[in-house]
Design a protein around this ligand. Structure first.
Ligand SMILES: NC(=O)c1ccc[n+]([C@@H]2O[C@H](COP(=O)([O-])OP(=O)(O)OC[C@H]3O[C@@H](n4cnc5c(N)ncnc54)[C@H](OP(=O)(O)O)[C@@H]3O)[C@@H](O)[C@H]2O)c1
Length: 198
């Protein structure tokens, strides 16, 4: 059992929190109530960032002490939105939120994952017609093993999990958000994941 704090209790955070709780973990999900994120992060071994990507760097850097020695799982996408409310552009082109988080939080193991799919797929990967891919990016191998185990608890088969390498690889998965508005405009909000087929 892992003690997990989920920051953000919206579509992604609420969905992940419920599924991880069902899997037997101790989970606290918090919204933007002042102090709640700090309290939850302090008590957790794994902290999941499911808040908007814009502002995540500042919000999580403010939790530097609470996140020291912890695993920070970043599922957010840092984008500006277009007039239709869909993601339009990257906030950190030429880098990524995950890289900037790791730089700002050197005593925390940042793992980027789950940001390349619509939220229902995160906790029901077997529901898609084709096997989806989930990517891992991060410097700390042990932290990635821990996150790998959490992914299998969420229903991810080991062969669907692709470790891309260090945190710099997150700039590839974060850039994949640029597919999302176009896929949604062409096919609606039917759940999908950006995946590698062979
Ligand atoms: N939706 C998806 O399918 C999907 C897929 C992959 C990745 N993501 C990423 O996951 C993250 C969450 O997306 P979502 O769809 O779950 O969004 P959401 O439904 O809008 O939920 C966002 C959560 O973050 C909280 N929040 C908003 N602003 C905050 C702030 N300034 N400080 C602290 N908490 C704040 C919200 O609280 P309030 O309710 O009080 O506003 C809410 O609990 C985003 O970074 C998104 O890019 C989403």
């Amino acid at each position: 059992m892992t003690t997990i704090a989920v920051l953000g209790n919206g579509r992604v955070g609420g969905n992940l929190a419920r599924a991880l709780l069902r899997a037997g973990h101790q989970v606290t999900a918090v919204d933007r109530e002042p102090g709640a994120a700090a309290d939850a992060a302090r008590a957790a071994d794994v902290v999941i960032n499911a808040t908007p990507g814009a502002g995540s760097l500042e919000r999580l850097t403010d939790l530097r002490e609470e996140l020291r020695g912890k695993i920070l799982v970043d599922v957010s996408n840092a984008t500006t939105d277009g007039p239709d409310g869909l993601p339009a552009d990257l906030i950190h082109p030429g880098s990524s939120l995950a890289e900037l988080l790791q730089e700002a939080l050197p005593d925390t193991s940042v793992v980027k994952t789950l940001n390349t799919m619509l939220f229902p797929v995160m906790t029901a990967p077997a529901s898609l017609a084709q096997a989806p891919t989930v990517f891992l990016s991060g410097e700390d191998q042990q932290a990635k093993r821990t996150v790998h185990a959490l992914l299998t608890d969420l229903g991810w088969q080991p062969e669907w999990i692709t470790d891309l390498g260090g945190i710099r690889t997150a700039r590839a998965t974060e850039a994949a958000i640029l597919f999302v508005p176009h896929v949604i405009r062409s096919s609606g909000f039917a759940p999908f994941a950006i995946s590698i087929s062979r």
